[in-house]
Each structure stands twice: as C-alpha cells, then as structure tokens.
Design a protein around this ligand. Structure first.
Ligand SMILES: *[C@@H]1O[C@H](CO)[C@@H](O)[C@H](O)[C@H]1NC(C)=O
Ligand SMILES: *[C@@H]1O[C@H](CO)[C@@H](O)[C@H](O)[C@H]1NC(C)=O
Length: 426
C-alpha cells in the first residue's frame, strides 16, 4: 500500500513538474489582417490560424500563447493595433495535466489488447512503440511491406518508413504516393493517421485497388527527437532537437517544415534560432528533412501525390506558399484537394468545420522552405499540407478522437489516391 502510494506520488510529481513551465500561460484568440501576423509569427507561439473566410470577424484569427511575463506587453500592443483579442484558456499547465490523465487512462484500458502488430487507435504511442509496430508489420507482411531504416535522427533515434507495393516497387507504370507525419513534434495526432493508412493498406484491407494500382511510401515519424521531447519534457515542442547551429545552446532545434530548399533564407523571421519557425543554418541541415528528401528523390519520376500531415485546422493547402501565386496546375490542385476534402467532410463530426482547400499563402500567410512547396517545385504535380481537425481541443486532441480522425482522413486518402491514379492511367 505504501509502495503504491509512493508510486502514485512520484507519478503525480512527474506530471506536475513536467508542465510547470506553462503554469499561468494563457491562450488568446487574436484577430487581424493577415499581414499583421507575418512578423509576429517569429516572436510569438502561434498554435493555429483560422482563415479570414471562416471567422465571424472576417479577419484572420490566430490562437496564441502568452506567458504571464509577456502578457501585458502584448495585449497593449494588440490594443494599439486595434486587433481584437479574447481569452480562451486560463492555464495551459492545467490543460496538459488533464491530457496526461486521459492518456494514462487510455493506456491502462488498451494495454490488455495490445500485441505488437496492432494499434488500438485509442491512445498515443511513443516513438519506440511506433518503430516496433513498423518492424513487426514488415516481418508479418513481407510480400507487400518493405521496411526502410532510413537513418538516424540528430540524437540518434531510428527513423523508419515503409514502402507498400504489390509489385515490390518494380512496376514502373504505377504512380507513387508519399505521406509523411510528425515533422512538427507537438502534433501528436498525425502519426496515428499515417499508421492507420498503413494498417488499411496492409492488414485490414477494404480497398485492394489502392495497393494493386499504387506504390506507397509512408513516413509516420519524421521527427522522433522532437516527438519524444514533446512527450517527456515540453508538450509544446515543435522543432527538431539539433544543436548544430549558432545560438543552439539557448535555442536548440529547427522547424523541419521551413528547412526544405525552396526560397530558403528569404524571410528574416525564420533566420532567428529562437523563433518557433527557425529554418535552420542551411537547407536540409536536418537529418530528418534529408530523409524525406532522399525517400522522394529515389522515385521522383513516379511520385504523383505528396501529403504532409499536420494538426490542426481542417485544411488542404497547396503551393506557392512563398508568394501566393498558383503553380501551372493550380486548378487541378484545387480539384484534387476538394475531392479529398469532400470525402472527409462526409464522415466528419457535426461540430467540426468543413475543410478549406486553397493556396497556402492566400488562405493563411507566406511561408518558405516548406516540404509542400519544395515537392511541387521539383516536379511532383499534387502536393499538399493537410491540417487535421482539432475540434475545441486544438492540437491537444484527446485520445478518444483518434479513431474518428484516422477513419475520416483515410477516406480522404482513398479519394485522392483514386483520383490521381485515374489522371495518370487514361
Ligand atoms: C512483441 O515482440 C517482441 C520482440 O520483437 C516479442 O518478444 C514479443 O513476444 C512480442 N509480443 C507479442 C504480444 O506478440
Ligand atoms: C512565386 O514563387 C514561385 C515559386 O514558388 C515562382 O515559380 C513564381 O515565379 C513566383 N511568382 C512571382 C510572381 O513572383
């Protein structure tokens, strides 16, 4: 009894200690013109952005976090700029503690039924569990799954991905589809979406044409260092954990989704190592982004669709993020995006907004060095940033929503895959 109690106390202490840094941090929704936010993004922690077309204010609305120390300064600034703001959450540390309790409960509930090659879609798994799952799946289904040990993260964790094919990637007429997830560490609901797609292509197959007609490259855990750090140390960690750049002793890590070689270094905001959108010291400075690059370049002539999975906002966004103009196939990017969005919307929860499809810069704001723009620039015709639903929980999506999100998003993948296959086989 005493032992149990002290275990519990230790657990509680761990839970409390871990989120101390967010004690008293508040969340605000701030409205304003999109250009007001471009500069602020480097200085503040934006948790999400709602496009002007979808907000009651008719302006862009940003959800951001303010620490007790910086709160008054920023609220005065918003007032002076006539940017309306609303307090939406009072203490972020409490929100994270509540999330921990839910995750603990989900873990207890699922541990009984969980073997190696099954996921329950009822809780979040750590990076080692995800890697083990990929290993055992490849061992169990060697005819269609090839596990690639693609290399090590900055801190030396294995980054694995799978190639799924009924023809061992040897039928050169098949289009290749690439999906990645977790480049942003704190977006925990993204790896289950990639893992569920693998599960539906390999284990619980209901759409056999997808593997007959298409070769798949799926990278569920791009940034294991950041993800692990987000689980154990800092729930809001977004970047990699590299320390190879100047200023990294104070501000480690690079935003992987600013680190691709497309208009890299053209925005001063992302050159600051302490900014949440720090692009890194050079394009592809991060082992994590090099792994995506190399996986794609190896089959570039066949890759037709690339989707990078993020959380959250219910959006399919396409190029060009750097200047808001459209690629030559802009109309078809919209059509394929809408095809996927509608398939998801059919299954969505009532409380979720409809998906928005559009140019990333027009819907939100300018970005450089993104994987979406880089993949489009090297010739992949259909490339998207997918922002999953967050409901009222933002990116702290409780485990009981995982099943809904993975299921509805799978329907979007199916629709997109079939459409793209039909374009290239007529
Ligand atoms: C899971 O895998 C480990 C090692 O790969 C093995 O020892 C263990 O028996 C497996 N467990 C189940 C439930 O399959
Ligand atoms: C916008 O950026 C794209 C590359 O992302 C480039 O091809 C295009 O020429 C640019 N358009 C303008 C008007 O600068």
């Amino acid at each position: 009894m005493a032992r149990l109690l002290s275990c519990l106390l230790l657990l509680v202490a761990a839970v409390y200690g871990r989120h101390e840094k967010y004690e008293g941090h508040q969340l605000y929704v701030v409205a304003g013109a999109s250009n007001e936010f471009v500069e602020l993004e480097a200085k503040l922690d934006f948790l999400s952005i709602k496009p002007a077309a979808t907000t009651a204010s008719g302006q862009v609305e940003v959800l951001l976090r303010l620490s007790p120390e910086e709160r008054n300064g920023w609220l005065n600034y918003f007032q002076s700029k006539r940017m309306p703001y609303t307090l939406v959450a009072d203490n972020l540390a409490d929100i994270f503690r509540e999330e921990d309790l839910k995750q603990q409960a989900a873990k207890l509930k699922t541990s009984a039924k969980n073997g190696n090659s099954s996921m329950t879609w009822e809780r979040y798994y750590d990076y080692q569990e995800i890697n083990d799952y990929l290993d055992s799946l490849a061992a169990e289904y060697p005819q269609i799954v090839t596990l690639i040990n693609a290399g090590l993260s900055y801190e030396g964790k294995q980054i694995k991905y799978v190639r799924i094919s009924s023809s061992r990637f040897e039928d050169l007429r098949k289009p290749v589809i690439v999906i990645d997830a977790t480049i942003h560490a704190r977006e925990w609901v993204t790896p289950p979406v990639a893992l569920y797609l693998i599960h539906k292509l390999v284990v619980d197959v209901t759409d056999s044409d997808l593997v007959q007609n298409i070769d798949w490259i799926i990278i569920p855990m791009v940034n294991p260092d950041g993800y692990d750090y987000s689980m154990k140390e800092d729930r809001l960690w977004r970047k990699t954990r590299s320390t190879a750049h100047e200023g990294s002793d104070q501000c480690p890590g690079v935003d992987g989704n600013r680190n691709f070689d497309h208009y890299f270094g053209t925005r001063p905001a992302s050159a600051d190592p302490c900014s949440i959108i720090f692009e890194g010291p050079a394009p592809f400075s991060e082992p994590e982004t090099r792994i995506i690059r190399d996986a794609i370049l190896r089959h570039l002539d066949r890759v037709r669709l690339y989707i990078t999975v993020h959380s959250y906002g219910n959006m399919f966004l396409y190029a060009w993020g750097n200047n808001g103009t459209l690629p030559s196939n802009g109309l078809m990017l919209q059509v394929v995006g809408v095809t996927m969005a509608q398939a998801i919307d059919k299954l969505k929860l009532d409380k979720a907004p409809l998906y928005i499809v559009g140019n990333a810069a027009q819907v939100l704001y300018y970005t450089t060095g993104t994987s979406r723009d880089w993949t489009r620039a090297i010739g992949i015709p259909y490339t998207y940033t997918l922002e999953l639903p967050g409901y009222e929980y933002e990116f702290v999506v409780p485990p009981e929503y995982i099943k809904q999100i993975v299921t509805e998003t799978y329907a979007g993948f199916v629709a997109g895959a079939r459409y793209v296959h039909s374009i290239y086989n007529n």
